[in-house]
Design a protein around this ligand. Structure first.
Ligand code: BTN
Length: 324
């Protein structure tokens, strides 16, 4: 028997029973020696499974680890998201890997998730601190039948999915700061980096990369972001299960993605507006040759921010130009 299979079978038995299972019962039912059972139990412990042992009663699973691999992560049964899950302990960037496998033809809906990123990327060439296993760092590969100009709606849908996934799981209300930052209080909780491969009139694939600060304490954030960043644990005052949260967000993403395909743009934008902390606020527009203050009014289906200038003119602004 392949040893990783044996380990998973032992784990399966312990999960099924949640009571003590004797070493003898495991070794007999799996047809291996008790030493082999003991060896695999120790490996599971090293992977973070809390397994109690008693010389008389055997082994009992006490607690599951918060690891985002296919053994623990429940992926919603839907048509699109997460039919394939790729997990890394460490990778440079889940977006980089997602783009690579998308170019090689991976299925629509593939999710790439990592415990840590060594080169997490943010918008406009910034770095995204994700060198720890305290957050959710993942990317989703999509192959939508959309025009390249329509893809921005997917980022809006993703922002809504994150806000609703967090609320459903934890009852915490977050806001969306245009273009696609998720904020909690006044600090940044999550960022979304959408990347696109397209030709005129045709989208090859879209990669939606999502980074959420989950269990970091303030001191774990790099000094330069400590006054801007927050995590769910800081807000809730307790450790959060990343496995459960990610499953919930993927479920919400599936729901929102169906709205994208149904062209139910209105519902997506209405929800986005409901969570927006940008609308009705003054924003500073910095374009190449001028700077001015305007009031944010709405978001257009192509993701542009509609602002009203002091002289009453209405303009559509794209992401690089605005300081909210
Ligand atoms: C931002 O600048 O606000 C966007 C941050 C996006 C970070 C996520 S983490 C998972 C995915 N992989 C990356 O390298 N970036 C995105």
């Amino acid at each position: 028997m392949v040893t990783s299979n044996l380990k998973n079978l032992i784990l399966h038995r312990l999960k099924e029973k949640r009571e003590y299972v004797s070493g003898e019962e495991l070794s007999n039912s799996l047809g291996v020696s008790r030493t082999a059972v003991w060896k695999h139990i120790n490996e599971l412990r090293k992977e973070g499974y809390n397994i109690e042992s008693s010389s008389r009663k055997g082994y009992r699973l006490i607690e599951l680890p918060d690891i985002l691999d296919e053994r623990e992560l429940y992926v919603p049964e839907g048509q699109h998201i997460g039919r394939e899950l790729i997990h890394f302990d460490e990778i440079d960037s889940t977006n980089n890997h997602a783009k690579k496998i998308a170019n090689d033809g991976c299925p629509h809906g593939t999710v790439v998730v990592a415990e840590r990123q060594t080169l997490g990327r943010g918008r406009v060439g910034r770095l995204w601190q994700s060198d720890n296993n305290q957050g959710l760092w993942f990317s989703i590969v999509l192959r939508p039948d959309l025009e390249p100009e329509q893809v921005q709606i997917i980022t809006l849908a993703a922002s809504v999915a994150v806000v609703e996934g967090i609320f459903r799981d934890l009852g915490i209300n977050c806001g969306i700061k245009w273009p696609n930052d998720i904020i909690l209080g006044n600090s940044k909780l999550c960022g979304i980096l959408t990347e696109l491969s397209a030709e005129p009139g045709h989208v090859n694939y879209v990669v939606v990369g999502i980074g959420i600060n989950v269990n970091q304490s303030f001191s774990e954030f790099d000094a330069d972001i400590q006054d801007k960043a927050t995590s769910l644990q800081i807000h809730a005052g307790k450790k959060i299960s990343r496995v459960k949260l990610l499953a919930g967000i993927l479920t919400c993403f599936e729901e929102m993605y169906n709205k994208v395909l149904e062209k139910n743009t209105k519902d997506i934008i209405d929800r986005w507006n409901k969570y927006s902390v940008t609308l009705d606020r003054e924003v500073k527009i910095v374009s190449r040759d001028m700077e001015y203050i305007a009031t944010a009014q709405s978001v257009a289906p192509d993701g542009k921010l509609v602002v009203k200038c002091k002289d009453g003119t209405v303009r559509e602004i794209s992401a690089g130009e605005v300081q909210v």
